[in-house]
Structures are given as structure tokens and as C-alpha cells.
Design a protein around this ligand. Structure first.
Ligand code: HEM
Ligand SMILES: *[C@@H]1O[C@H](CO)[C@@H](O)[C@H](O)[C@H]1NC(C)=O
Ligand SMILES: *[C@@H]1O[C@H](CO)[C@@H](O)[C@H](O)[C@H]1NC(C)=O
Ligand SMILES: *[C@@H]1O[C@H](CO)[C@@H](O)[C@H](O)[C@H]1NC(C)=O
Ligand SMILES: *[C@@H]1O[C@H](CO)[C@@H](O)[C@H](O)[C@H]1NC(C)=O
Length: 326
């Protein structure tokens, strides 16, 4: 009897050890993952991104946004890059009018990496490194990116539609969407600061300008002067015009986003919503002072976002081309 008890305890402990190892493995990202297998990987990424962004600075926005869209849909597994096929509509096809740009940058980085270290660096890691470099090349902070992600083999349009919060999101939707990905309220308010760079189509916020509640009205939570200004740029039903989200410095990663939000000039309802929660509101207000922590916080929250449901170890694959499964 006693022997049996001892045995079952031993088995239990073995299972426990295996379980703990497995968790470690699932989070098995580390800074410098490629330092032996592809020592120049991060240099190659940076060189390629620099050459694209110096020619087209407006690419920084879409390249940063790509990491968000990758991580929130099936985890950071490069699924955002896969093309649709005759039998499958991929994530890429989810928002045809508001689609991501910058795929050629990823393809160029991948080609350069394949030339030096064939079959080593994942597309999922490329997105993470490119997003970091896009931020630091636009005057933003630099941070160390844990790597070691592997690429997924599945991409579905419905996953994108169901996992990316719409710009009309309320604070409670945003909080629950982020919590479902293991991110905190602080990550939410910090990562929203990404809207300090880049542009938006009028369609993403036109509801706030025109007929907000069906009474030919505008969103009362937006500064009326800003509403008037935006109406001159965005006529009703304009599906093509784009506007800067941080007017005048949309290619500079700075702390302006929080100034705009505090002045009720955040472009989306999801930006304005950050004033509807005491934690996020306090964070917005702190950024307006000399005690701003945004630059340091942003890297930390990007690292957190970069851990969402990653494939590591022997899961997934290292794609040869980022738009195709092997
Ligand atoms: C909190 C929830 C979020 C919502 C509801 C949201 C929504 C949007 C929308 C609607 C656009 C404009 C798309 C268009 O009309 O072309 C946009 C642009 C952008 N978003 Fe977000 N976003 C969120 C979070 C994030 C996060 C976490 C990041 C990155 C860390 C991010 C980075 C960007 C960037 C850089 C752009 C500009 C893209 C460009 O210049 O083409 N967003 N976002
Ligand atoms: C993959 O899709 C992109 C658009 O997302 C397109 O430009 C490209 O030609 C496609 N590549 C292949 C090989 O189908
Ligand atoms: C405004 O919204 C109301 C209610 O949804 C609708 O009946 C009306 O046609 C809309 N007006 C315009 C100009 O779109
Ligand atoms: C709606 O408001 C605009 C001004 O924003 C005005 O020009 C227009 O006549 C109004 N339409 C209706 C049906 O009230
Ligand atoms: C998307 O764009 C197409 C044409 O480019 C347009 O017909 C359609 O109305 C747009 N949809 C939205 C929601 O703006």
C-alpha cells in the first residue's frame, strides 16, 4: 500500500514537472534566440526596414499595426501574412478597405534572411522585429525583442473579424478583448499610444461626425471644433480619403497621442474611451506631465503583446515564404 502511494506520488510529480516544462516551452521566447543560428538576423532586419522607411516614412504605421493584427488573431504566428487560396479566405481579406500595407517589406526581409540563413528565422519573429524597428526609426523607443516564435499554418478571415476590436469599441469591450489575450488595462492604454503614428480612412470614424445617434448629430465625446475640422476632410460616405491620426506628427513616434485624447481629439471611439475608466484616464493624464513613462512602457507592453499564443519548440514551422505555408 505504502509503496503504491509513493509510486503514485512520484508519477504525480513527474506529470507536474512535465507540465511546468511544457509551460516554459510555450513561453520559450528569448532575446537573442538567433545569436548562434543566424547571428546577423536582427541587423539584416534593421537594414532592410531602414531602407524602406527612409524612402517611404508612412510605412512605419502599417508595419507597427501589422504586429497587433498578427498577435490578436490566433497569436503571434505570422498568420496575418498568409495569402488566401482557392479554398480559404485568409485574415488578409478581412477589411479590404482598411487593409494593412507593408507586405513587400516583410517579403524583402525574409528574402535577405533566407539568403544568409536558410530556413531559420520565422515570419512571426520578422513581424515582431520589424515593428520594433519601425518605432525606433520614427524617433520612438528601442526595446529588446524576445524571439523564437514559429509560424502557423492557418489563417481565417472569420478569426480576424472576431478578434480585432472595432474602432467603435467601448472601454468595457476593449478591456475584455485585451484581457482575453492576457493583456492588462495598462497594456491597453499604453498600446493605444501606437496611434501617435499613422493614418486612418474616414470610414473608420465617419459615424462620429455624421448621424451619430440617427439624429443628424455628431459624437458628443469629440471636441466640436475637431468634428468641424474633420468634416472638411471627410465628406459623408467617403471611402478613400485618409487623415493623420496625430495631425502634423503622424510619422513621429511621440507622446502627442495622450495630449489629443485628453483634449477629446482622439480619432476613434476606442481612443476617446480611454477617458471613461479611472485607470486609463489617470495614465493619459500622467503622460502630459514631466513624469511621462510612455517611452519605457511601450516596449514592455509590446513584449507582452508579443507573447500571445506563440508557437515555439517543435510546434508550427519556419515558412520559406511568408505568404505561403510550406
Ligand atoms: C485598442 C484597440 C485598437 C483599435 C480599435 C484600433 C483601430 C484602428 C483603426 C480603425 C485604424 C485605422 C485603419 C484605417 O482606417 O485605415 C488603426 C490604425 C492604426 N493602428 Fe490601431 N487600433 C487599436 C490598437 C492598436 C494597437 C495595439 C496598435 C499597435 C501596437 C495599433 C497600431 C495602429 C497603427 C500604427 C495604425 C496606423 C496604420 C497606418 O498608418 O496605416 N493599433 N487602428
Ligand atoms: C499574396 O497576396 C498579396 C496581397 O496580399 C499579393 O500582392 C501577392 O501577389 C500574393 N502573392 C502570391 C504569390 O499569390
Ligand atoms: C440617420 O440615421 C437615421 C436612423 O438610423 C436614418 O433614418 C437616416 O436616414 C440617417 N440619415 C442620413 C443622412 O444618413
Ligand atoms: C444635417 O446637418 C447638416 C450640418 O451638419 C445640415 O447641413 C443638414 O441640412 C442637416 N440635415 C438634416 C436632415 O437635418
Ligand atoms: C469599400 O470600398 C469599396 C470600393 O473601393 C466601396 O464600394 C465600399 O463602399 C467600401 N466600403 C466601406 C465600408 O467603406
Amino acid at each position: 500500500m505504502a509503496v503504491q502511494k509513493l509510486l503514485s506520488l512520484l508519477v504525480f510529480q513527474l506529470v507536474l514537472v512535465a507540465f511546468v516544462l511544457d509551460i516554459t516551452n510555450a513561453q520559450g521566447l528569448k532575446v537573442g534566440f538567433y545569436s548562434n543560428t543566424c547571428p546577423n538576423a536582427e541587423k539584416i532586419v534593421k537594414k532592410t526596414v531602414t531602407s524602406f522607411i527612409s524612402r517611404s516614412p508612412s510605412l512605419a504605421g502599417p508595419l507597427l499595426r501589422m504586429f497587433f493584427h498578427d498577435c490578436f488573431v490566433r497569436g503571434c504566428d505570422g498568420s496575418v501574412l498568409l495569402n488566401s487560396t482557392s479554398s480559404n479566405q485568409a485574415e488578409k481579406d478581412a477589411f479590404p478597405n482598411l487593409s494593412l500595407r507593408g507586405y513587400p517589406v516583410i517579403d524583402a526581409v525574409k528574402a535577405a534572411l533566407e539568403q544568409q540563413c536558410r530556413g531559420v528565422v520565422s515570419c512571426a519573429d520578422i513581424i515582431a522585429l520589424v515593428a520594433r524597428d519601425a518605432v525606433s526609426l520614427t524617433n520612438g523607443p528601442f526595446w529588446q525583442v524576445p524571439t523564437g516564435r514559429r509560424d502557423g499554418r492557418v489563417s481565417k478571415i472569420t478569426d480576424a473579424l472576431n478578434n480585432l476590436p472595432p474602432p467603435s469599441s467601448s472601454i468595457s469591450t476593449l478591456k475584455s478583448t485585451f484581457a482575453a489575450k492576457g493583456l492588462t488595462v495598462k497594456d491597453l492604454v499604453v498600446l493605444s499610444g501606437a496611434h501617435t503614428i499613422g493614418v486612418s480612412h474616414c470610414t473608420s470614424f465617419a459615424n462620429r461626425l455624421y448621424n451619430f445617434t440617427g439624429k443628424n448629430d455628431s459624437d458628443p465625446s469629440m471636441d466640436p471644433n475637431y468634428v468641424a475640422q474633420l468634416k472638411t476632410k471627410c465628406k459623408p460616405n467617403d471611402a478613400t480619403t485618409i487623415v493623420e491620426m496625430d495631425p502634423g506628427s503622424s510619422e513621429k513616434f511621440d507622446v502627442d497621442y495622450y495630449t489629443l485624447v485628453s483634449k477629446r481629439r482622439g480619432l476613434f471611439q476606442s481612443d476617446a474611451a480611454l477617458l471613461s475608466d479611472s485607470t486609463t484616464k489617470a495614465y493619459v493624464q500622467l503622460q502630459l506631465t514631466s513624469k511621462s513613462t510612455f517611452a519605457k512602457d511601450f516596449g514592455a507592453s509590446m513584449v507582452n503583446m508579443g507573447k500571445i499564443s506563440v508557437l515555439t519548440g517543435k510546434s508550427g514551422e519556419i515558412r520559406k515564404k511568408c505568404y505561403l505555408v510550406n
